[in-house]
Design a protein around this ligand. Structure first.
Ligand code: UDP
Length: 240
């Protein structure tokens, strides 16, 4: 337990893409199992883990809007997608004997608890992984913003931003610009001023205003989550 770890309580942001596998959409149970096994390792190190799941593998509100839907209505569909992802991740973690609770921002009592801040903290203290589903519960927001909000609410030390195939924050898109350089450290203000593609601006300002550290790293490299919680600088750390 509690071996050399830098962060004792974290919010892990898992995008929907991370659960979709190579096809890029839908739920891919083997892919989810891979993530769950890594999370179990971190859990066994004694780290308190809350997870905010995205839903981009199912549906994005903005896509619905572009196709003629009312934005708020389309966003609610997106939020429901995150709940499907959360249940899939719960299934994988529990099959590995990791105790979990899903809390939804939109009540769905037959399948999960409603989000109650104090209860979430209690679960973490008791050694349960808490999965936050349903985003903020409000349209026009993202699950990145949810991660910043929940991290502030539960006093998490950092948000771990797991990215698919990208190992940190770059000055430009490394796939398109060969002069792109990776940053080891940045401030939240750097992200906003340089308009770096890390989180949306609402999530960035919320993180900055509440002094929440952020670590951006590549989820696809095995062992990376463990390295991040030990404080190894494998991605980009955003502080201050
Ligand atoms: N969403 C929302 N409010 C929230 C969080 C999410 O309306 O607080 C909706 C929004 O339509 C978004 C979708 O849920 O496009 C999926 O979330 P997100 O795009 O953040 O998922 P990710 O990109 O992390 O997979």
């Amino acid at each position: 337990m509690a071996e050399n770890i830098k962060y004792k309580r974290v919010v892990m942001k898992l995008s929907g893409e991370a659960l979709a596998g190579e096809q890029g959409f839908g739920i891919n149970p083997p892919e989810i199992m891979t993530v769950a096994k890594e999370l179990k390792e971190v859990y066994e190190m004694g780290v308190q883990i809350a997870i905010v799941v995205g839903g981009g593998n199912m549906w994005r509100g903005i896509t619905g809007e572009k196709l003629g839907m009312e934005r708020a209505q389309a966003d609610y569909i997106g939020m429901l997608g995150t709940i499907m992802n959360a249940l899939s991740l719960q299934d994988a973690l529990e099959s590995l004997d990791v105790p979990t609770r899903v809390q939804t921002s939109i009540e769905m009592r037959q399948i999960a608890e409603p989000y109650i801040r104090r209860k979430a903290i209690r679960h973490l203290e008791k050694g349960r992984v808490v999965i936050f589903a349903g985003g903020t519960g409000s349209p026009y927001f993202s699950t990145d913003t949810t991660a910043a909000l929940r991290a502030a609410e539960i006093n998490a030390e950092a948000i771990l931003m797991a990215k698919n195939g990208v190992d940190g924050v770059y000055s430009a898109d490394p796939n398109k610009d060969e002069t792109a350089v990776k940053f080891d450290r940045l401030t939240h203000m750097d992200i906003i001023q340089k308009q770096l593609n890390v989180m949306d601006s609402t999530a960035s300002t919320l993180s900055m205003d509440n002094n929440i550290s952020l670590v951006v790293f590549n989820l696809n490299t095995p062992g990376n989550i463990v390295k991040v919680v030990k404080g190894e600088n494998i991605g980009t750390t955003i502080e201050g």
